[in-house]
Design a protein around this ligand. Structure first.
Ligand code: 7PJ
Length: 286
């Protein structure tokens, strides 16, 4: 009798396989105009490429490219504008660096275009709820990260409330999005889930979710966690955005010890050490 062994890798496009047996760091590359100062399309693209290269050297397995600000209160961008920001960068990251690129987008047109440009993952904070996004993402064949958020970035922090404990709310929402994806023909092996720290959540919600992160393991999908420089650190410790690294490393350590597979962060070198050290301890004796 032959035993079929569960896949130990996630296939991310034609060129990348990500081991499911160790945690990974995803480096954030924002390509919104305020992210890289001074103008010039090429100067901006060059700066973005250099930053990505540095993050890869520091230990990032994935570069997450985002052209839409989803910060609380952010105003929406048009699809063409997002395309103009994101597509040239994705082409250069895959072509020149051979990087595994994930794209933080909710727009179906962008999903289709970046998949053709060699991207290896779709990261949608709206969980493919925009019209056409489910079908577009399904057709890419790429892994998809589904994230919990209620409302839109410009209103999500207006007094978020849940009728049941936040971990139940998040788990039920994610289970529903998983079901939708499976029904659309997306293989379960292509799905990741993310509780969406800072998205329609108070500080109390965020702390509770982190403290109970292992609860989400019952969904049975790899977990992605992003708390980098977020308001929960600012509020818990009274820290400005450029003072949140140490608090963030504490959250990274907790997330890994509670089963997170991917940590999404601005601070790759420091996070890679925190992830590596935490997983070295967790692997001891195994
Ligand atoms: C997240 C994200 C997150 C996933 C952003 C920021 C806001 N994608 N995109 N998870 N956050 N999957 O980085 O502060 O937490 S944008």
């Amino acid at each position: 009798m032959t035993m079929s062994k569960a896949a130990t890798f996630m296939s991310c496009g034609d060129h990348h396989q990500l081991s499911l047996e160790c945690p990974h760091v995803m480096g954030i590359l924002n390509v919104t105009p305020d992210s890289f100062s001074d103008g010039g399309q090429h100067a901006v693209a060059d700066a973005a490429l250099r930053r990505a290269e540095k993050m890869l050297l520091e230990g990032a397995s994935i570069i997450d490219v985002g052209g839409e600000s989803t910060r609380p209160g952010a105003t929406p961008v048009g699809v063409q504008q997002e395309m103009d920001r994101v597509l040239p960068i994705v082409e250069r990251l895959t072509g020149e660096l051979g990087a595994l690129v994930s794209v933080d987008t909710s727009a179906p047109e962008i999903m289709t275009a970046v998949a053709s440009a060699g991207a290896g993952m779709i990261n949608d904070v709206r969980s493919l709820r925009r019209p056409g996004a489910l079908e577009a993402a399904a057709a890419t064949g790429l892994p998809i990260c589904l994230m919990h958020m209620v409302g839109e970035p410009d209103n999500m922090q207006n007094d978020p409330r849940y009728a049941r404990p936040v971990e139940d709310e998040v788990a039920a929402f994610l289970a529903q999005q998983i079901e939708r994806c499976l029904n659309a023909g997306i293989a379960g092996e292509r799905l990741l889930v993310d509780p969406g720290f800072g998205f329609a959540k108070t500080l109390a919600h965020n702390l509770r979710l982190m403290n109970r992160l292992e609860y989400l393991q019952r969904l049975g999908y790899p977990l992605l966690v992003g708390t980098s420089r977020k308001g929960m650190i600012g509020r818990a410790l009274s820290r400005e955005v450029d003072e949140r690294l140490y608090g963030g490393l504490a959250l990274t350590t907790l997330a890994i010890s509670k089963g997170a597979w991917i940590i999404r962060t601005h601070d790759v070198a420091a996070s890679a050490d925190a992830v590596g050290m935490t997983s070295a301890v967790l692997k001891e004796g195994k």
